[in-house]
Design a protein around this ligand. Structure first.
Ligand code: ADP
Length: 630
């Protein structure tokens, strides 16, 4: 009979398992049991619509048997089973589900630690066994099959006999070595404690024959009772899923372990929300806020959703409708007895109960985040680092319909405090006379702090929020106002800092400088919308401000998204009339127009550079500076 080879990536995983020096080898049992439980879930689900299954939930069970002499540990289930093709497909390759990230990481590193970080599934059996046999019969089929492998050299599949549908995984344990005691996995108390530790919540009984002692019946009344040992088939797990238990009976460690195993994360969650709701609709929910964004979180591949159970039976692996986009990072489970079991996907979408649950969960998540923000700033900032961008997208999307919900979850960098602040904190910190919320948008904090317009605001002691993400600048547009204050972009808006007299004085100054300003306009042609004197510049000679409508940051954003459209913000060149350069320019305009033109070109290019915009011709720019220096 021909041996078949494992697929390349599976072989690597297998090698890792076989040669594993991983210290938590014991997790193999959890993996095998969890597969058995999944297989029974599948058949239980099928039985809802298929009368022929003939099994009800209480008929499903996992049996652990031990043959100490032969060193065999067997885990049997009466779940859906596998056909020959299933074996080929599922046991010959790393399964797609939880192991995907593992697969990716494996390509980059050989680190043994990653074993503990992800569910590694069936192959983990090879950490403790030198040969594994899987006997299985698929529900509805007449044939049974046996898959056998002693590791890296491949596997065989042969026909065999098996009465009922289901699967048996038979592990032949490795011989003990100086460092490793594999025999412990044949011991009753070890197996019992592993099941308790890792698989307690499995909703099917996990049974094992255990040896107990009792007083011999006939010596019961005597002074010297005699004891005998007997065997009893015992259910090892409590079978109550974590989310069904009372909050006070679950430890933080249990919550965290459950999260890590269920959602394939190696970090603990930042927050756990355990709800037990009774009322119009009754449900239990166990939600987690992860501490870091999954590698694919900001891509289309990432699927949001919660697992949906109806009275303990999994009815949907990923129910998207339970989570709004802005909270798509939340992981967890919802279990409600009020949902019909054989409800279809399409029907669920319109289900009133489901909508009710979803809107409830949204409020709970919000209040949990708020709590974190108020009580544990460090944790919240960690959260915001990972998922803040997603909240921002949520705020600006759908015409801002979620702004009430999300605006007080935002954090922005405060240039004055040098830390992240909420909008409320910004407003609370506004001093006497400050009317607006000031912000600046650009690619880095460092760049923004050097904006020419910053000086004026700093002099006044006003705080400026720094927006450094694409989406940030859409937030003031969406919110319009926060706490009755409107937003001002320090680089483009009228900052409302000049009095009527000052404005009048500015007009007069502009009028007086008209010949120079006209000269500049003529030189720059349609490259600029306008040229005027600045009321805000302090130590810099020029700056560029956008015409109303679109800011330079938006221009950059749209250029990146859609370069063909050629979006451009209107450019207005502002000059500082108090600056010595302006005086020099005025003299040149009057005495040496050729030189004055060069000055104008240089100043314009400088204003572009300071605004973070590309200049048309860098070579001309440097040549011009050189010629002026000569
Ligand atoms: P995962 O459980 O993450 O999918 P595994 O490597 O543990 O990955 O299992 C691979 C696949 O083999 C499973 O998805 C399932 O289809 C199949 N399988 C494993 N154990 C059983 C079982 N006891 N009964 C039926 N199918 C099983």
């Amino acid at each position: 009979m021909e041996k078949q080879q494992f697929k390349a990536e599976s072989k690597r995983l297998l090698d890792l398992m076989i040669n594993s020096i991983y210290t938590h080898q014991e997790i193999f049992l959890r993996e095998i049991i969890s597969n058995a439980s999944d297989a029974m879930d599948k058949l239980a689900y099928l039985s809802l619509t298929d009368q022929n299954v003939g099994l009800s939930r209480s008929d499903f069970a996992i049996d652990i048997t031990v043959d100490e002499k032969e060193r065999l540990l067997t885990v049997s289930d009466n779940g859906i089973g596998m056909s020959r093709e299933d074996m080929e497909e599922n046991l010959g390759t790393i399964a797609k589900s939880g192991s995907l990230q593992f697969k990716k990481d494996m390509e980059q590193q050989e680190d043994i630690d990653i074993i503990g970080q992800f569910g590694v599934g069936f192959y983990s059996a090879f950490m403790v066994a030198d040969a594994v046999t899987v006997i299985s019969k698929k529900y509805g089929s007449d044939e049974a099959w046996m898959w056998q492998s002693s590791g890296a050299d491949g596997y065989t599949i042969t026909a065999c006999e098996k009465e009922a549908a289901g699967t048996q995984v038979i592990m032949h344990l490795k011989a003990d070595t100086e460092d490793e005691n594999y025999s412990r996995f044949l011991q009753e108390h070890e197996l019992r404690s592993l099941v308790r530790k890792y698989s307690d919540y499995i909703r099917y009984p996990i049974r094992m024959d255990v040896t107990k002692t009792r007083v011999k019946e006939e010596t019961k009344d005597s002074d010297k009772p005699e004891y005998e040992s007997y065997t009893e088939n015992e259910t090892l797990n409590s079978m109550v899923p974590l989310w069904q238990r009372a909050k006070k009976d679950v430890t933080e460690e249990e919550y965290n372990r459950f999260y890590q195993e269920k959602f394939f994360d190696y970090e603990n969650p930042l927050a756990t929300i355990h709800l037990s709701i009774e009322g119009n609709i009754t449900y239990k929910a166990l939600l987690y806020i992860p501490a870091r964004a999954p590698y694919d979180f900001y891509t289309k591949e990432y699927k949001k959703g919660l697992q949906l159970y109806s009275s303990g039976v999994l009815i949907m692996e990923n129910c998207e409708d339970l989570l709004p986009e802005h909270f798509r990072f939340v992981k967890g489970i919802v279990d409600s007895q009020d949902l019909s079991l054989n409800i279809s996907r399409e029907m669920l979408q319109h289900d009133r109960q489901l909508k009710l649950i979803a809107s409830n969960l949204e409020k709970k998540i919000k209040s949990e985040l708020k709590k974190l923000l108020e009580n544990d700033r460090e944790k919240y900032e960690k959260f915001f680092n990972a998922f803040g961008r997603n909240l921002k997208y949520g705020l600006v999307s759908e015409y801002g319909m979620h702004k009430e919900l999300l605006q007080d979850l935002m954090l922005f960098w405060s240039s004055k405090e040098q830390k992240l602040v909420t909008l409320q904190e910004y407003v609370d910190g506004m001093g006497e006379g400050q009317e607006h919320i000031y912000y600046a948008a650009g690619e880095s904090r460092q760049r923004l702090s050097q904006l020419p317009q910053m000086e004026l605001l700093q002099d006044k002691g006003y705080d400026v929020l720094f927006f450094t993400e694409d989406v940030d600048e859409f937030i003031p547009q969406t919110l319009q106002k926060f706490a009755e204050k409107d937003f001002k972009n320090i680089a483009s808006d009228d900052l409302g800092l000049t009095s009527d007299e000052e404005k009048k004085a500015m007009e007069e100054k502009n009028e007086a400088a008209k010949p120079t300003l006209d000269f500049i306009k003529e030189t720059l042609g349609d490259r600029v919308k306008d040229v005027r004197l600045s009321a805000t510049l302090k130590s810099h000679p020029v700056c560029l401000v956008p015409d109303e409508g679109m800011s330079f940051e938006m221009e950059k954003y749209f250029q990146k998204m859609n370069p063909e459209m050629g979006f451009k913000a209107g450019r207005i060149l502002e000059l500082n009339p108090e600056h010595a350069v302006f005086a020099t320019l005025q003299i040149a305009v009057a005495q040496d127009p050729e030189k004055a033109k060069k000055y104008v070109e240089v100043l314009y290019d400088q204003s572009l550079l300071m605004a973070g915009l590309p200049i048309d011709n860098p070579t001309e720019y440097t040549d011009r500076i050189c010629s002026l220096m000569q």
